[in-house]
Design a protein around this ligand. Structure first.
Ligand code: GLC
Length: 457
């Protein structure tokens, strides 16, 4: 009896030590250190997501293999015939830079399993297509040359690897015969492949600034942290690239150091994203038209105004926007995407001061009707993004005594203002003692969203 209790305690101690060693594996840092590590990223606010793979040929969503339950054999034609002959990554990089984007994140491998780089660990890669060349390296070089930071997306999920166990989102999920035949697939072998590839990506391409791992779906017939060996993977990532910024899809939300930022996808959070009631770094990824991969027939393209307001709204809630482009299988950004990027560029050229280095405004500044606020804590300037141009006056309740100077941002023309102390407009019952009233021209400036820059006291 005594012996077995002793044994039990020894096992318990061993388990606890193992757990502690494990928990201690991820580098610890203070909140301040984390904010500092991420500062270039929170200052940047705006990046480009690129989803590119052989699914661009199907041109009907990057999940086409899954949605249409295609076998490897059926999907193989895209691999064999992939030939992006017009590919010129300098053009992509220039388009991103001109749009005002400061970093980019490219799908080095998406769920289909196809690799854009010349990986040692697979034949399913760009160099073995008709095109015959590495697509990733020249892209990284081109974006770096334009001064953009480099992010890699890597799919944890793999619908091509022969050892990747079939699960509830695998293209072959409903094919019982296939499942039966493949029931002995060895996750450990796949995990080894994944670790090798991630190591390759983080050692052979110089400094990688962000890593977007995608994604976990734990539970029945799914995959989560134990399947991916997430902690071990993340530990390796941080060892190889100590400054790297990593997303939150490894299923490690409850592990200290298990993620750097949250990633709400294809919806606009109502407020600054929180974890345990605390504001955390966040980046929303969005599409111009709904699909991530190139989609020829999609009609739900957002307007110029919508995509610009999306950026403003994101920053007004303290977040980053990662806006996606799905290049064609010829290797080009199609005209619709280019037009959206141009719209961003035109607006950003005049207004990027209200985006870069900006965040949510301090609480004391109430958000006026039909507006979003952004704020730069370094320059102490507040930006009023006016979504609906009001007639002659914009009343800012609670702002009296807090503003030194006001101007339109697009042309630096003065906006005169009055403070209400003497009730100069006593006809308007809505004006309080502390209201500051901007006197606006009747005609709105000819920009998609006008911005008023307030120099605060
Ligand atoms: C997803 C999808 C995907 C896309 C991604 C972007 O989880 O599976 O196709 O790459 O989110 O965030």
């Amino acid at each position: 009896m005594k012996k077995s209790i002793f044994g039990f305690i020894v096992v318990l101690l061993l388990l606890l030590t193992a757990y502690n060693i494990n928990a201690a594996e991820l580098p610890r840092e203070t909140e301040q250190q984390k904010l500092q590590r991420m500062q270039w990223w929170t200052d940047a606010r705006f990046g480009m997501f690129i989803h590119w793979g052989t699914y661009a040929m199907a041109a009907r969503h990057e999940w086409v293999k899954n949605r249409e339950r295609m076998t490897d054999e059926e999907y193989q034609k895209y691999f064999e015939l992939f030939d992006p002959d017009l590919y010129n990554p300098s053009e992509w990089a220039k388009a991103a830079k001109d749009a005002g984007m400061k970093y980019f994140v490219i799908t080095s491998k998406h769920h289909e399993g196809f690799c854009l780089w010349d990986s040692k660990y697979t034949d399913y890669k760009a160099t073995n297509t008709l095109y015959g060349k590495d697509l990733l390296r020249p892209m990284i070089e081109a974006f770096r040359a334009e001064g953009l930071r480099v992010g890699l997306y890597y799919s944890l999920i793999d619908w091509h690897h022969p050892e990747y166990p079939i699960d509830r989102i695998h293209p072959m999920r409903d094919n019982q015969e296939f499942r039966e035949k493949n029931k002995n697939r060895d996750m450990n072998k796949y995990v080894e492949y994944m670790f090798n590839q991630v190591r390759e990506l983080l050692t052979e391409f110089g400094q990688i600034d962000c890593l977007f791992l995608d994604y976990s779906f734990p539970g029945k017939d799914g995959k989560g942290r134990h399947d991916w060996q997430s902690e071990k993977l993340l530990k390796m990532v941080r060892e190889l690239q100590p400054d790297i910024i990593v997303n939150d899809r490894l299923d490690l939300l409850d592990v200290p150091g298990g993620w750097d930022f949250r990633t709400p996808e294809q919806f606009m959070p109502r407020r600054w994203v929180t974890v345990d009631n605390k504001n955390v770094p966040w980046e929303t990824c969005q599409t111009f038209s709904g699909s991530w991969g190139y989609h020829r027939d999609e009609a739900s393209w957002k307007s110029d105004r919508q995509v610009i307001v999306m950026l403003i709204e994101t920053v007004s809630k303290g977040g980053n926007l990662l806006m996606n482009v799905g290049p064609t299988a010829r290797g080009t950004f199609d005209d619709r995407a280019l037009a959206k990027l141009k719209a961003y560029g035109k607006w950003m050229k005049l207004h990027n001061r209200s985006i870069y280095g900006c965040t949510q405004a301090p609480e004391e500044f109430r958000i006026p009707q039909n507006c979003f606020l952004t704020y730069n804590p370094d320059t102490n300037r507040l930006y009023v993004h006016v979504l609906e141009w009001p007639y002659k006056f914009l009343h800012l309740d609670g702002y009296a005594g807090k503003v030194k100077y006001a101007q339109l941002l697009n042309d630096a023309s003065e906006i005169q203002f009055r403070e209400n102390r003497g009730a100069w407009m006593s006809r308007d019952q809505g004006l309080a003692e502390d209201t500051l009233t901007l006197e606006l021209p009747v005609q709105a400036p000819d920009v998609t969203v006008p911005v008023i820059e307030l120099f605060l006291e």
